[in-house]
Design a binder for this molecule. Structure first.
Ligand SMILES: Nc1ncnc2c1ncn2[C@@H]1O[C@H](COP(=O)(O)OP(=O)(O)OP(=O)(O)O)[C@@H](O)[C@H]1O
Ligand SMILES: [Mg+2]
Length: 357
C-alpha cells in the first residue's frame, strides 16, 4: 500500500536502505532471489552516540557522516545509491478524503489540498500522495494518503550523503517503509475483516504507531519514548553513566533494577494506550493485533509486560526467513535473525529499489 509513495525518488537500482536513527544507523541491501522473493545482499548496524540525531534531524554532521562511512564499510557494499527514512516533527502523514478525481487532476490540486491539512508553508515541503481507494464514508469520494516532509530536512541529508560520496535517490516516511516490510512478511499477520492492526516501532528515542485497517494506514503518531528511557531509568537507579547503563541493559538484562524496568514498561504502555485512545476516538475497528519492530522491541520481557497492560496480541515483526539469507556472504544466521526486528525500516527502504521504473 504505502507501496508507491516516496517523498522524493529517482530511478534505477540497486540501492541501499539507510535507517539513520537516534541510537544507530542500520543498512540493508536486497537482491531479487532466483525463485522470486528477496535475498539479503548486505546488512550492518553502526551505533550512534546520543544527541547526534534528534527526531531525524542531524545535530552533529561530522559524527553522523563518519558513522555512515563505517556502516557502509562494515556492510562491504559498493552500492552508492541510498534511500533514507524520515520521521518526527518535520514529517506529517495523513489520510484525507477528497472528491473522486483522476490521478492527474489530483497531482495539480494536491498542494492546495495539503495546505489545508498541514501547519507548514507549502513551499517549504516535499510532498507526495497515494490514492488508497474509494472512501467508505462518503459517496463519490476517495481516501488519499498524504505525506509531507520539510525540504530543509531532505537538504540536510542530501549534504550529509554527498559528503560521504553517496547519492540520495529516495526519501520515505519511516512508518511507510516499516509498513512495506510488514506487508511483504505476509498475510498471516493481517487482521481479520473489520479489525485493525497496529505496527509499533520502538527505537532509541521515538515510538512510531501506524494503525492499519484492511491494510490501509488510517492513523499515524510518533511518541517521544524509546530504549534510551530504559537506559536512563537504569542510570537513575544505579548512578551509572549512560554507556555503563546501556551495556548492562544489553549484556545482562537480568540485572536491570526491577523498579527501572517497571517504570519504563509502564511509560511505554501508557504511550501506546494514548495512541490507541486517539485512534478509537475516530475509528470503530478495534485493534486486535500489534506487531513490534525497532531495537527496543528486543528487550526481554517487553512483549509480556505490554501484553499484560494492553490486553492485545503482540508479536515481533521478523523479516527472516521471508527475506532469504545467502550462504556465501558470511552472515551469522542467528545474529541476523536476532537483529531482524531492528532491521525492519532499513529493509523496507531497501525494497524501494524494486519499485523504480
Ligand atoms: N537486544 C536488545 N535488548 C534491549 N534493548 C535493545 C536491544 N538491542 C537494541 N536495544 C535498544 O534499542 C534502542 C535502539 O534501537 P534502534 O536501533 O531501532 O533505534 P533507532 O532507530 O536508532 O532510534 P529511533 O527510531 O528512535 O530514531 C536502544 O535504546 C538500544 O539500547
Ligand atoms: Mg528507528
Amino acid at each position: 500500500m504505502g507501496g508507491s509513495m516516496s517523498l522524493f525518488a529517482g530511478k534505477g537500482k540497486p540501492l541501499v536502505g539507510l535507517d539513520i536513527g537516534a541510537a544507530s544507523i542500520k543498512l540493508a541491501e536486497l537482491r531479487d532471489g532466483s525463485g522470486g522473493g528477496y535475498v539479503l545482499e548486505a546488512a550492518a548496524i553502526e551505533p550512534l552516540p546520543p544527541g547526534a540525531i534528534v527526531e531525524s534531524a542531524i545535530k552533529d554532521a561530522q559524527l553522523v557522516g563518519e558513522a555512515v562511512r563505517r556502516v557502509l564499510d562494515k556492510a562491504g557494499t559498493t552500492t552508492r545509491r541510498v534511500a533514507i527514512g524520515v520521521s518526527g516533527n518535520a514529517v506529517i502523514i495523513k489520510t484525507i478524503t477528497l472528491p473522486e478525481m483522476s490521478e492527474l487532476d489530483l497531482e495539480g490540486q494536491i498542494a492546495y489540498e495539503a495546505d489545508q491539512y498541514v501547519p507548514y508553508d507549502i513551499d517549504e515541503l516535499n510532498l507526495d500522495f497515494h490514492v488508497l481507494g474509494p472512501s467508505e464514508h462518503e459517496e463519490g469520494h476517495m481516501d488519499v494518503l498524504l505525506a509531507v516532509c520539510k525540504k530543509g530536512l531532505v537538504e540536510e541529508y542530501q549534504q550529509l550523503l554527498d559528503s560521504a560520496g553517496l547519492d540520495l535517490v529516495c526519501v520515505d516516511c519511516a512508518v511507510l517503509a516499516i509498513q512495506n516490510m510488514a506487508e511483504l512478511i505476509g498475510n498471516a499477520q493481517r487482521a481479520g475483516a473489520g479489525q485493525a492492526i497496529a505496527l509499533v516501532d520502538i527505537g532509541g528515542a521515538l515510538l512510531h504507531v501506524n494503525i492499519l485497517v484492511d491494510g490501509r494506514t488510517t492513523f499515524v503518531r510518533d511518541h517521544f519514548i524509546g530504549g534510551n528511557d530504559l537506559t536512563q531509568a537504569i542510570q537513575k537507579e544505579t548512578g551509572m553513566s549512560f554507556q555503563q547503563a546501556e551495556q548492562l541493559k544489553l549484556e545482562d538484562p537480568a540485572a536491570i533494577p526491577a523498579a527501572a524496568a517497571e517504570r519504563y514498561h509502564e511509560q511505554v504502555a501508557a504511550e501506546i494506550l494514548r495512541a490507541l485512545d486517539f485512534y478509537a476516538a475516530n475509528h470503530s475497528q478495534p485493534v486486535s493485533r500489534m506487531l513490534l519492530s525497532g531495537g527496543a522491541a528486543l528487550q526481554p520481557n517487553l512483549i509480556e509486560a505490554l501484553a499484560m497492560r494492553l490486553d492485545i496480541e503482540l508479536d515481533l515483526l521478523q523479516p527472516f526467513p521471508t527475506i532469504a539469507l545467502p550462504n556465501d556472504k558470511g552472515f551469522d544466521p542467528i545474529e541476523v535473525r536476532r537483529q531482524g526486528p531492528r532491521m525492519i525500516e532499513a529493509l523496507g527502504l531497501a525494497l524501494r529499489s524494486g519499485e523504480q521504473p
